[in-house]
Structures are given as C-alpha cells and as structure tokens.
Design a protein around this ligand. Structure first.
Ligand code: SF4
Ligand code: MG
Length: 326
C-alpha cells in the first residue's frame, strides 16, 4: 500500500530575530531537508534535544505551519501548500496532541465544548457532538458525567486525556503527539503512553510521537527517527535501532536510557556529550554534530554526511555519518 504520509526534502526557514538595534539576524533553518514515509496505522517516534526541529516538523505535518520548501503528501494528495480553506475537509484526519495539556485547553470552556469543537467545525449538530464527546471521555478513561467541568478541575494526566479525546473526536488517520507526556508526573507518564498505544491499536491510527529522549518512544514506536539541528541523523526499525544504533548521537542518547537489569546498568558505559547543541542559526559546517562527537575526524568538519543505508547496519536503517557503527 502507498504510505499514508510521505515527506520529501521538507524545510522550514524562520526569519532571523531582530536585535535591539533593529537588524535582523540570519534566517534559521529549523528543519533542513528531511524525508520519511509513514504507513497507515504506524507510529514513528521522533526524538532529539530541544531546538532540533521536531516540533516544527510535527506542526508542518498537520499543516499548522506551511513548509518553506519540500513536500508533504497525505493519502496520495500533496498538502504542502494547501490554503486553510482547502485544508478544512482534511483537518479531521490531521490532529495534534500538545505538550502542556493545561495551557493547550481553553480554561473558560467546558470539557464538552473542548472535545466537541473539532466536530462543530466539521458541521456536526450540537447534540450529536455532545454525545460523541461523552463517548470519547469514556474511551480515554474519563468519567462522562464530568463533561460539564472545566480543565482546572482535572489533574495533569486527566487534562492530557481530554486533549487526546479532542484529537480523536473526528476519527483522524494521523495524530501528531508533541511530547505528550513531558509535562506530566513520571507516575502518570506510562498510563498516558499505554492509553495512546491502546487507542492506536483499537482505532488504527498513525502517530508521529515526539519526545526528547529515547526511553519514552520505545514502547509506542514501530520506527524511530533521531533528529539533530534540523536533520534526521538516523532512522530505522525500532527494535534494531535500540539494539544496534549506528550514529554516535543515537548511541549517546541511548546510553542515557536506564536499563531494566541493574547489573547491565552498572556495566554499561555512559556516553556524555560535550556542551549544548549549537544554535540552528549558525550550524557548524560539515557534519553539524562534529563539535560534540566523540568519533569526529578531520573529514567531518568539511563534508556533510548524507542520510544513506549504512553498509555495516541493517538494510532498513539510514544513517548520516561518515563513520557509523562502533
Ligand atoms: Fe561524528 Fe563524523 Fe559521524 Fe558526524 S560524521 S557523527 S562528526 S563521526
Ligand atoms: Mg518542542
């Protein structure tokens, strides 16, 4: 079957910030030419440090942002530059769950109103939308009798369930979840991840699940893409990527994921990265990871590595590194 979503050379450039003197800085390439496919019902985990372009990518996928260049195809249709009007019938299939549930829910609206809103936009009658909202509350583990309450009457985890219910109201085919558990207590993170995983199975959704570390996406993802400074540096099948990471950045991120077996945890070597990620306004030349890479060679400072199937790795893996593997 053709992919549900197909992304090619996707780029987002933001104008540079104005300084105190009113001069504009250089434009920032938040996303710099990324490509991937997503099959119907599949979950892609999108991982990287803050500022790597993962949220911008997510917002382009549901067309809350219009890409600067490249293309996004959804269900065989090029949606890259569709106007808001032309997007309206597609909106029901492209939904988003945001990081901070309380700030993404209108505090002056009841849960009924919040969850019904995408349905009313699609032309549903108010009574039908309310009934559907109550069903959705039940589906996500909330008490439907609480439908006339306001967001502040719910805990963070419950508020995120409301956000998830809202995202599912129109029976979307793609949900982009932008760090949906990062703002929640660790004790409820697993519950929300498990809920989203169950909903995906029951409803046949495709997710792009964004997170800043590899432990969160491990359970939900079929494939994982690791981003660094606006580019995908490694992408592949989840199981094989966790077992045999090829890119030094993926290896470093993985070395920070706690292992369940304490003996293995003690034996394991931590890879500590030097410094913070550089500003996307001034990415280093060559491989943009070279200033922090424990394996960097002179070539890395001048030649940008392309994302390609690494000879040493599995055929389904693509890596952007001159010296992948051990
Ligand atoms: Fe490190 Fe060089 Fe590979 Fe970049 S290309 S990740 S600097 S080894
Ligand atoms: Mg973000």
């Amino acid at each position: 079957a053709p992919p549900l979503v197909s992304v090619r050379d996707l780029t987002m450039t933001f104008p540079g910030k104005r300084s105190a003197t009113g001069r504009r800085g250089a434009p920032v390439r938040a996303v710099d030419g990324i490509s991937f496919d997503l099959a119907a019902g599949e979950t892609l985990g999108l991982v990287g440090e803050s500022g790597c372009g993962k949220s911008t990518t997510g917002r382009m996928l549901v067309r809350l942002l219009e890409p600067t260049s490249g293309s996004i195809t959804f269900d065989g249709r090029d949606v890259t530059h569709l106007s808001q009007g032309a997007l309206r019938p597609l909106r029901r299939h492209l939904q988003m769950v945001f990081q901070d549930p309380h700030s993404s829910l209108n505090p002056r609206q009841t849960v009924a109103r919040i969850i019904s809103d995408p349905l009313l936009v699609q032309g549903w009658a108010a009574g039908d939308a309310r009934r559907r909202a109550a069903e959705l509350m039940d589906l996500v583990g909330l008490i439907p009798e609480h439908i006339d309450r306001y967001p502040h009457e719910f805990s963070g985890g419950q508020a995120q369930r409301i956000g998830i219910a809202r995202s599912l109201a129109t029976s979307p085919r793609l949900v982009v979840a932008d760090e949906p558990v990062s703002a929640l207590d660790v004790s409820v993170q697993a519950q929300i991840v498990n809920l989203m995983e169950r909903l995906r199975r029951e409803l046949g959704l495709a997710y792009v699940f964004i997170a800043h570390d590899l432990s969160v996406v491990k359970r939900v993802s079929d494939r994982v893409a690791v981003m660094y400074l606006g580019r995908i540096v490694e992408i592949g099948d989840k199981k094989s990527l966790y077992e045999d990471p090829q890119h030094p950045y993926t290896r470093a991120l993985l070395s920070a994921v706690p292992l369940p077996d304490p003996a293995a945890e003690r034996r394991r070597e931590r890879i500590t990265l030097l410094g913070d990620p550089p500003s996307p306004a001034a990415p280093p030349p060559g491989c943009s990871f070279h200033p922090r890479c424990p394996k960097a060679q002179p070539l890395c400072k001048t030649e940008r590595p392309a994302l390609t199937v690494a000879a040493a790795g599995p055929a389904t893996r693509e890596v952007a590194c001159h010296f992948p593997g051990d």
